[in-house]
Write a protein that binds this ligand. Structure first.
Ligand code: A3P
Length: 302
């Protein structure tokens, strides 16, 4: 496929939406699937930190928090570049995101981002015993957020209407595959690997407590004044207004914030505005079936 016609040719009027291709049974966007060999062979380093999420679980929020912790709560240092350049997204193509080659050239210690499910993580991350921070978000809000993201990101596959998207989402026929497999796979992996497993809802409810958890995991001290600065800098309104965190630095041909802003609502419980009673019951059945045997539980309201 001619990738230029997909994401690289930003001079044209519009870009073409990507299609899905299965890699090891997981749906990935075609650009990622095409360079899968290169991604699988990615060389992690022992001092890499990996931020891992299912898409729309609050990745950017967690990235900004981590960057602030790593830079002593200095917002100027975190404004050095847009978030997608500060932390390479290992399976996504240029030009919007840092290239794998740029990640290779980046000095240590690096902080990297991925949405890959646990079984597709390049083996070098396990071999190097890298620290990983995983954040999960309840499936109902996650699905709603992903739907609106498909509408605004012109490179994502065509979402259809909400009913159509939700059916695909529940079947795992969306980019990065099944939400259920993702959250459960990483939940099980945390018992055999240095993984800090966080929840969007906890971070929303008590940012101070959750940010402290991240700092402890990174073995960094966080004085109260720095913690307070981080809380303020990374609250929803601040991040929505921050061009280095809100993705407005990308071409509107890629992300069209007029359709739906990247920083959309940032709440717990927005799913209630989208789900019918029948859809909610259907998803509850799927949750019971898919997560029933697991100790993993989610809150869908605060
Ligand atoms: P909504 O679409 O529900 O508003 P990701 O970064 O993984 O793509 O996730 C994006 C989601 O996280 C969006 O959810 C976005 O608004 C939300 N988000 C981003 N920054 C946030 C913050 N500081 N506080 C709460 N939610 C935030």
């Amino acid at each position: 496929m001619d990738l230029k016609s997909k994401r690289e040719d930003l001079d044209s009027e519009s870009i073409e939406r990507l299609t899905l291709v299965e890699v090891e049974g997981v749906a990935l966007t075609s650009d990622t699937a095409e360079k899968w060999g290169r991604i699988w062979g990615f060389q992690a380093r022992p001092d890499d930190l990996l931020i891992c999420t299912y898409p729309k679980a609050g990745t950017t929020w967690l990235q900004e928090i981590v960057d602030m912790i790593q830079h002593g709560g200095d917002p100027e240092k975190c404004a050095r570049a847009p978030i997608h350049q500060r932390m390479p997204f290992i399976e996504i193509c240029p030009p919007m995101f840092a290239r794998l080659e740029e990640a290779d050239a980046m000095p240590s210690p690096r902080t990297l981002k991925t949405h890959l499910p646990v079984q597709l993580l390049p083996p070098s991350f396990w071999e190097q015993n890298c620290k990983i921070i995983y954040m999960a978000r309840n499936v109902k809000d996650n699905a709603v957020s992903y739907f609106h993201f498909h509408r605004m990101d012109q490179g994502m596959p065509e979402p259809g209407n909400w009913d159509q998207f939700l059916a695909k989402f529940m079947a795992g026929k969306v980019a990065w595959g099944s939400w259920f497999d993702h959250v459960r796979g990483w939940w099980e992996a945390k018992d055999r690997h240095p993984i800090l497993y966080l929840f969007y809802e906890d971070l929303k409810e008590d940012p101070a407590q959750e940010i402290q958890k991240v700092a402890q995991f990174l073995e960094l001290e966080l004085p109260e004044s720095v913690l307070n600065r981080i809380i303020q800098h990374t609250d929803f309104e601040s991040m929505k207004a921050n061009p280095m965190a809100n993705y407005t630095s990308l071409s509107p041909l890629v992300m069209n914030h007029a359709i739906s802003p990247f920083m959309r609502k940032g709440t717990v419980g927005d799913w209630k505005e989208h789900f019918t009673v029948a859809q909610n019951e259907q998803l509850d059945d799927v949750i019971a079936r898919e997560l029933g045997g697991s100790s993993l539980t989610f809150r869908t309201q605060l």
